[in-house]
Design a protein around this ligand. Structure first.
Ligand SMILES: Nc1nc2c(ncn2[C@@H]2O[C@H](COP(=O)(O)OP(=O)(O)OP(=O)(O)O)[C@@H](O)[C@H]2O)c(=O)[nH]1
Ligand SMILES: [Mg+2]
Length: 205
């Protein structure tokens, strides 16, 4: 897929104010600072589209970006931001879980995992929650440029093994780098394939 246009549509804290669920939508989620906003910019080919930061906790809203006038990328706040207050963490968590569970047009959750790290409990737990809810998801390993491919492969293998404790089959995964554009074509091809089968969901108002 070639991205011809990418535009910011809206930021929200309220589910009721999201754009109508009439276009295919892909949520990008993962731990704070994993590289969600950077990956979105890399895929969209537009550097300043989603705001990135070295300080975790930058993205605090549900942000919709319209790609090719046809489908949405959604940038979500990271989970596990240690310095947020307990009540704020609980608020975000409830809000994100409600969004993921209820959004009719959500086609796939892109779960971002830092490829430099050994499996983290919080990521495994999040995947397990998606599994329990029956939401389809893929794993997107980020920051592949930061270490040797041997190390990356080891971490991916460990993560897949950890998921096999609760899943019969491990979901598809992608290896990416916002720096080198690794994974750009593969992730967009995957999304394009799903888009072709998208039909507007029936909504009960
Ligand atoms: N080397 C390298 N650095 C990256 C990559 N992706 C992100 N970063 C850096 O990691 C930091 C966090 O990136 P963001 O894209 O803001 O991360 P985020 O997941 O959106 O963070 P929050 O919105 O705070 O949850 C920034 O300093 C980025 O430049 C990558 O693929 N390679
Ligand atoms: Mg962000």
């Amino acid at each position: 897929m070639i991205v011809k246009s990418a535009e910011f549509i809206c930021s929200n804290t309220q589910i009721s104010k999201l754009p109508p669920p009439v276009k295919a939508e892909y949520a990008f989620i993962g731990r704070s600072n994993v590289g969600k906003s950077s990956l979105i910019n890399m895929l969209a080919g537009k550097k300043g589209l989603a705001k990135t930061s070295q300080t975790p906790g930058k993205t605090q809203l549900i942000n919709h970006f319209l790609i090719n006038d046809n489908w949405y990328i959604v940038d979500l706040p990271g989970y596990g931001y240690a310095r947020a207050s307990k009540s704020k963490k609980a608020d975000w968590s409830k809000f994100i879980h409600t969004y993921l569970d209820k959004r009719e047009s959500l086609q796939c959750v892109m779960v971002l995992i830092d490829s430099r790290l050994e499996p983290q409990k919080i990521d495994i737990e999040f995947c397990n929650w998606l599994g329990e809810k029956g939401l389809s998801f893929v794993l997107v390993f980020t920051k592949a440029d930061k270490q040797s491919s041997i190390k990356t492969d080891q971490n991916i293998a460990k993560f897949r093994k950890a998921l096999l404790e609760t899943f019969e089959e491990v979901p598809k995964h992608f290896l990416t780098s916002a720096e080198t554009q690794l994974g750009h074509d593969e992730v967009l091809a995957f999304i394009s394939q799903i888009n072709q089968q998208f039909t507007i969901p029936e909504i009960n108002f």
